[in-house]
Design a protein around this ligand. Structure first.
Ligand code: NAD
Ligand code: MG
Length: 394
């Protein structure tokens, strides 16, 4: 293998995927896009393949994969186009790959991310839903294969940077009292509560500080994103839900903090641009330029903090309860949320019905042990089924 690191980007056509390719393209002497995967945005994947000339691309079905491969041949490119979950798992675990950016949104990202873990790859984890669903199994697989797991979520990357540098090599983080997980509060932090019922899709997607994919933008508006991140933090940093405190910080400049037993509180700051955590994880333990502008504290001038409002944002409470319940509860929470967000996007339910649907699903089914992938996926399927019943009963 040459010294250029081969990177598979799962979800290359998305917001995180594109930011990852931007950082990769800044450092051709260090990184090459080995495989790029897409789902519905075939044209975007075609353009990305023309630009980055990966060895592999992946699309969901055989027909679209063949069509893409034909077009790439016409351009003189040798990119092989695979398809389906098997294609995703193949490029995630390929012998030539050094690191895998896991940036598929939702439960669909779990199988290829786990395949990368089992193959012992360096994992750059953006796909929080994968960890939320299968936390215990996922972390066991990381230990077993010796994968280095580096968080991309800005908060978790911040926490990671505030822990001892050997943390990613399996060292325990000694002396951590609490994790302070910052949240912007999203677009509805100050909206009168009685107006939440009538917010539109465009309003829910208009995040004040971050530009992101649609699902995570809606999760940020409901604060389910922070709930999923709370569960993510428990698995990544081996802490109990009670040790994670959510702090609303509207400027999104402090990306999270670690409170140590001696009273030291370490924070990571930066402009809200995902290229910072992506560059941090790609180069870890080194540092590389990311294209992000330097932080200007004089322009920011002030940093504010507030306690989260769980009455306004019931999703946060539901996620904390699922974290405490453990077992299959987080997988059910995640699946019900995916259905609810999809129904909100389609205009079938109101914004305020997102937590109502999730709560009803969680109450309808007992929590089981999440001791196998079958158990996790069967909880995922059951939650989607119950969410479907809830929708049709309304
Ligand atoms: P996005 O919607 O912009 O992109 C999603 C990607 O996943 C696309 O490439 C799409 O083709 C692919 N995809 C979607 N459904 C798929 C399926 N069924 N099978 C295979 N591929 C599929 O989303 P995003 O904002 O880039 O977020 C990606 C992940 O990163 C999410 O889990 C999100 O929570 C996490 N994340 C994103 C940000 C951010 O700033 N965007 C920050 C932190 C964490
Ligand atoms: Mg985040």
């Amino acid at each position: 293998m040459s010294s250029v690191q081969q990177i598979t980007v799962l979800g290359a056509t998305g917001s995180i995927g594109l930011s990852t390719l931007d950082v990769i393209a800044r450092h051709p002497e260090r990184y090459r896009a080995f495989a790029l995967t897409g789902f519905s945005r075939t044209e975007e994947l075609y353009a990305l393949c023309c630009k980055h000339k990966p060895s592999y691309a992946v699309l969901p079905d055989a027909a679209s994969a063949q069509a893409l491969e034909r077009r790439l041949r016409e351009q003189g490119l040798t990119t092989e186009v695979l398809h389906g979950e098997a294609g995703l798992c193949a490029v995630a675990s390929h012998a030539d790959v050094h690191a895998v950016m896991a940036a598929i949104v939702g439960a669909a990202g779990l199988p290829p991310t786990l395949a990368a873990v089992e193959a012992g790859k360096k994992i750059l984890l953006a796909n929080k839903e994968a960890l939320v669903m299968s936390g215990a199994l996922f972390m066991q697989a990381v230990k077993k294969s010796g994968s280095v797991l580096l968080p991309i979520d800005s908060e978790h990357n911040a926490i990671f940077q505030c822990l001892p540098v050997d943390y990613a090599r399996g060292m325990a983080a000694v002396g951590v009292r609490r994790i302070l997980l910052t949240a912007s509060g999203g677009p509805f932090r100050q909206l009168p509560v009685d107006e939440l019922e009538n917010v539109s899709l465009a309003q829910a997607c208009a995040h004040p500080n971050w530009s992101m994919g649609r699902k995570i933008s809606i999760d940020s508006a409901s604060m389910m994103n922070k709930g999923l991140e709370l569960i993510e933090a428990c698995w990544l940093f081996d802490v109990a839900p009670a040790q994670v405190e959510v702090v609303v910080h509207p400027q999104s400049v402090i990306h999270s903090l670690v409170d140590y037993v001696d009273g030291s509180v370490l924070a990571q700051l930066g402009n809200p641009d995902m290229r910072t955590p992506i560059a941090n994880a790609l180069a870890w333990p080194e540092r590389i330029e990311s294209g992000v502008a330097p932080l200007d504290l004089f322009t920011i001038a002030r940093l504010d903090f507030q306690a989260p409002d769980e009455v306004r944002f019931p999703c946060l409470r539901l996620a904390r309860e699922a974290a405490q319940a453990g077992g299959t509860a987080p997988a059910m929470l995640n699946a019900a949320n995916e259905v609810a967000v999809g129904a909100f996007i389609e205009g079938h339910i109101r914004f305020t019905q997102i937590p109502a649907m999730i709560e009803s699903v969680l109450q309808a089914e007992p929590v089981r042990a999440a001791d196998s992938l079958d158990a996790v996926f069967s909880a995922d399927r059951r939650a989607r089924e119950l969410a479907g019943h809830w929708l049709s009963r309304r």
